[in-house]
Design a protein around this ligand. Structure first.
Ligand SMILES: [Zn+2]
Length: 132
């Protein structure tokens, strides 16, 4: 990625930076520069500030989806950073509680929660009178 060519006025990138800023995980220096970029635009940044934005604000949070390998859009970047998965993979994998590794070799313990749910609904089925 040619990071020096990155467009610091890209509204999607700015949205990502705003989210980062509001998340409170930036140090004071980065926070100050990021705030200046958001409030006054890229032209308010010195060349040095831009290097800090790239190296200390943006780069540490760049993440590719661990499952499908896509580089997410800025709106999804923090989600991928936090979970390791893009939204589509997160829904597909976490939503159905399927392990990210193919389960062929996995011991039964790995599907413990699913087992609990099954036995719970078994109990319900036993207690529920059959209507037909
Ligand atoms: Zn994915």
């Amino acid at each position: 990625m040619g990071s020096l060519a990155r467009d610091h006025s890209d509204p999607e990138l700015l949205g990502f930076l705003k989210e980062l800023l509001e998340g409170g995980s930036l140090d004071r220096k980065c926070e100050k520069i990021t705030r200046a970029l958001l409030e006054q635009g890229p032209h308010s940044l010195s060349a040095e500030d831009r290097v800090v934005i790239e190296a200390e604000v943006i780069e540490p949070y760049l993440a590719d989806c661990e499952s499908c390998g896509i580089t997410p859009a800025w709106q999804q970047m923090l989600h991928v950073y936090d979970t390791g998965l893009c939204a589509a993979c997160f829904d597909r994998l976490e939503g159905k509680q399927v392990p990210t590794v193919r389960p062929d070799w996995m011991p039964l313990v790995a599907i413990d929660t699913e087992d609990d749910e099954l036995s719970a609904s078994d109990d319900v089925a036993v207690l529920t009178p059959h209507s037909s």
